[in-house]
Design a protein around this ligand. Structure first.
Ligand SMILES: N[C@@H](CCC(=O)N[C@@H](CS)C(=O)NCC(=O)O)C(=O)O
Length: 280
């Protein structure tokens, strides 16, 4: 085990803005806006302010799935919030999400516009609004919501813990990588066991639980995030891989993944979406 040298824990923590790391220029220990900036508003009932990270992709996949089912009320404008440039700290964005994180949604079809933040809350809001991807049957609905909330509680270990220390931290710290790798592999095993005898997480139906979990856990073993599939031995989670591929093949998923994307192959990037024809 290697030990980081020369760090003594001070009595009271002080913010060291130059502590390095991938997100040092945007991370802050305080909330609230840093600058005045109104958000744009388009033509459609739903206004999404987001970026194609795993949390952002959940919502654009959900909206594309609803449109594929024929729900015209799910038409949306997707505006780009570039979190590396601090757009999440603009006053307009903070008014929609006081937590300054994408994704954030404004439903302008209601008498007063309704703000919704937290990706899990947005999925549930849309599922209830359109009566889709959330089972009606009592037991199946409970199972679906359990997996949805499992994702919301678990993914920070994958993203903020494992992903941060494996891919982004300015130094490789064995203790941190070990701690979070252990937890992420345990989580992958939880999913693998569940998917061994169920087609989808809530049972036989594709639901918002799959839409929430897929971009994170499907993404990491399909090598879409952190370049860590080999390190995590992703190939050994055969049931998760089977489920990952099945969902990846859905046309709405392929469309949703591209919205607000600003990295990867140029032809797959749809920086903003205002009409179905924006996704060729
Ligand atoms: N629990 C939140 C997490 C959202 C989140 O962490 N968003 C990240 C991108 S994936 C973000 O906006 N980060 C910007 C920042 O931390 O300043 C959700 O699921 O919506």
């Amino acid at each position: 085990m290697n030990f980081p040298a020369d760090y003594e824990v001070p009595k009271v923590w002080q913010w060291n803005q130059a502590n390095g790391g991938e997100f040092a220029n945007i991370n802050r220990p305080v909330a609230g806006p840093t600058h005045d900036k109104e958000l744009p508003v388009g033509q459609h009932p739903l206004q999404l302010y987001s970026l194609a990270t795993p949390n952002g992709v959940k919502v654009t996949v959900m909206l594309e799935e609803l449109l594929a089912l024929g729900h015209r009320g799910a038409e949306y404008d997707a505006w780009l919030i570039n979190i590396r440039e601090g757009d999440q700290f603009g006053s307009g964005f903070v008014a929609v999400n006081p937590n300054s994180k994408i994704p954030a949604l404004m439903d302008r079809s209601t008498a007063e516009p309704t703000r919704v933040f937290e990706s899990g809350s947005i999925l549930l809001y849309l599922a209830e609004k359109f009566g889709a991807f959330l089972p009606r049957d009592h037991a199946k609905r409970a199972e679906c919501l359990s997996w949805l909330f499992w994702q919301m509680g678990s993914a920070p270990y994958l993203g903020g813990g494992f992903g941060h220390f494996y891919a982004y931290a300015p130094m490789k710290i064995e203790y941190c990588i070990d701690r979070f790798t252990m937890e992420v592999k345990r989580q992958l095993d939880v999913l693998d066991r569940r998917l061994a005898d169920h087609e989808y997480l809530a049972g036989d139906e594709y639901t918002i639980a799959d839409i929430a979990v897929w971009p994170w856990y499907g993404g990491v073993i399909a090598d879409n995030s952190y370049n860590a599939a080999e390190f995590l031995d992703g190939a050994s989670y055969t049931n998760v891989l089977r489920w990952q591929k099945k969902i990846a093949d859905r046309p709405a998923v392929q469309r949703g993944r591209r919205v607000n994307r600003i990295v990867g192959p140029e032809e797959l990037q749809v920086r903003e979406r205002h009409d179905a024809s924006d996704i060729s």
